[in-house]
Design a protein around this ligand. Structure first.
Ligand code: ADP
Length: 494
């Protein structure tokens, strides 16, 4: 008996024996500890006395079944959670004990039923593990289901195992209709899809492959596929985890863009050919008008009354301005037709030449010119000359009437590009006008005050952008402007 008691107390499970008068005769240490009732209090009492809450509970019914019919009962934690109010106390933490309970007859030596044995096992850690596992599984499933990318797993035979709602939307088929079906047959080119699957299994990874998928409605979808080999969920065989992103819109947009850019290129070429031909051919009749006006002026000059002479000089002036305009248009249409010629150009020399060309205007305006150190760069000499001449010419033209013009030409090397600037102390440009200034025929000041064809800055912009650079202006109206332009260091024609 003493040995039996020791044995009971050394077991890692709860042991309760109920005699046929329903009183408790064995209450081992395990159960005493977890029920928090010592053996001295439990022995000789009934379960219902110890735990009034058990009244009508399945455990008491199970005990009765043992006595009345000798029938055992297994109470698994799934169907009978926490049969007895047991707890585990760790420091301040009191945790309920998840249990699995077996209630069965206890036979005497002669095979006669003498008592009822209740065995209680602690399943807390197993239940916790199980719950944790379920949580992780549910979480992974949610990630799979909520993904905006279409996801599918495919086995070694190329059959679809699991699909998410996005994949079902992408294909227009239900999950049940896809499961077990050949993955490759969803695609327009089954052969291409097979080669994708084959290579993905062989390389264990496959990135960014574009295939065309057939939707159940007969329409086609362009999809970007990525795949990785992962262990199978239900067997040891590896399977493919494939994500498919619908890029039909992107591909359509790219096609439209390519079409538009072709059209644009064609119409640009046509336009510049037209501008060239028109301006070239327009000069011919204009020259005739100018020379005959000159003849009339010479022949009748003195004989003409004052008002007619004034009309004639307006006509001559108009023809002269029109010629200037046509020449500028010609120049504008020619920029970019030289296939980006490049040579080593000493920019200091170029600036010097442009100052020589502007000598008259500089002297007239008494401008002060400050030219900083300038580098030798790979570019087109003539184009640079046009740029500096236009910018310095503008700095002279748009000077303030309140002060003598001061113009500074400078350079700063800026990671990967040459940046030049022309700074003046002239009338300036309002910030909201600064983009317009580079447009063709975008005059910002009244024509009567400043003569010009309003193409100069448009030509500068075309030259700079043709070489892959940028041009912009920083200005404070009333104080002056700084025009910057860049030339990429490895400048080539764009
Ligand atoms: P234009 O050839 O008639 O001088 P641009 O195309 O060179 O014309 O310049 C466009 C407009 O930008 C000009 O009408 C003028 O209003 C403004 N602009 C250009 N350069 C300057 C400057 N340095 N200071 C102030 N305004 C300027």
């Amino acid at each position: 008996m003493a040995a039996g008691k020791d044995l009971n107390n050394s077991l890692d499970l709860g042991v309760i024996v109920i005699e046929d008068d329903r009183r408790i005769s064995v209450w081992n240490d395990w159960i005493a500890h977890k029920a928090q009732i010592p053996a001295a209090k439990a022995l000789g009492r009934t379960l219902a006395e110890l735990f009034p809450a058990l009244e009508g509970a399945p455990l008491l019914a199970a005990v009765e079944r043992v006595f009345s019919a000798g029938l055992p009962t297994i109470m698994s934690h799934h169907f009978h959670p926490r049969v007895l109010p047991l707890v585990e106390v760790r420091g301040r933490v009191v945790e309920p004990v998840e249990q699995s309970v077996v209630v069965r007859p206890l036979l005497t030596g002669e095979g006669r039923q003498a008592a009822c044995l209740i065995q209680v096992s602690d399943l807390t850690s197993a239940v916790k593990r199980d719950r944790h596992l379920r949580k992780i599984t549910a979480y992974s499933r949610t990630l799979f289901d909520m993904s905006a990318d279409a996801l599918v797993t495919v086995d070694g035979e190329g059959r679809m195992l699991e699909t998410n709602p996005s994949f079902e939307t992408l294909t227009g088929r239900s999950g049940a209709g896809l499961q077990g079906q050949p993955f490759c047959e969803v695609f327009l080119s089954v052969e291409e899809a097979r080669s994708f699957v084959r290579q993905a299994f062989a390389d264990r990874l496959r990135h960014d492959v574009t295939l065309t998928l057939r939707h159940a409605d007969g329409g086609l979808r362009h999809v970007l596929l990525n795949a990785a080999v992962i262990p199978g969920a239900h067997s040891d065989d590896p399977c493919l985890y494939i994500s498919a992103r619908d890029i039909s819109h992107r591909i359509e947009a790219q096609r439209q863009l390519a079409r538009k850019s072709d059209e644009l290129e064609r119409s640009n070429a046509e336009l510049s050919a037209f501008a060239y031909v028109a301006s070239h051919d327009l000069r011919q009749p204009l020259r005739m008008i100018s020379s005959y006006l000159g003849l009339i002026e010479r022949r009748l000059g003195t004989a003409l009354p004052d008002d007619l002479r004034e009309f004639l000089s307006f006509a001559v002036d108009g023809a002269r301005r029109m010629d200037r305009l046509i020449l500028d248009l010609l120049e504008y249409s020619r920029v970019g037709h030289d296939d980006g010629r490049r040579e080593a150009v000493d920019v200091a020399e170029v600036v010097n030449d442009s100052l020589l060309n502007l000598k008259l205007a500089i002297e007239e305006s008494q401008a002060e010119l400050v030219v900083g150190a300038l580098p030798v760069i790979e570019s087109d000499r003539l184009e640079l000359l046009r740029l500096f001449q236009n910018l310095i010419g503008n700095a002279l033209k748009y000077r303030s009437l309140d002060r003598l013009p001061r113009i500074e030409v400078g350079y700063r090397g800026d990671g990967g590009e040459h940046c030049f600037f022309v700074r003046d102390n002239g009338i300036g440009i309002a910030a909201e006008q600064s983009d317009r200034a580079f447009g063709i025929f975008q005059r910002l000041v009244p024509a009567e005050q400043y003569e010009g064809t309003v193409i100069g800055l448009a030509i500068c912009k075309k030259i700079v952008e043709h070489r892959g650079g940028r041009i912009w202006v920083d200005s404070r109206p009333g104080f002056g402007s700084t025009f910057f332009f860049t030339v990429p260091e490895d400048a080539a024609a764009s």
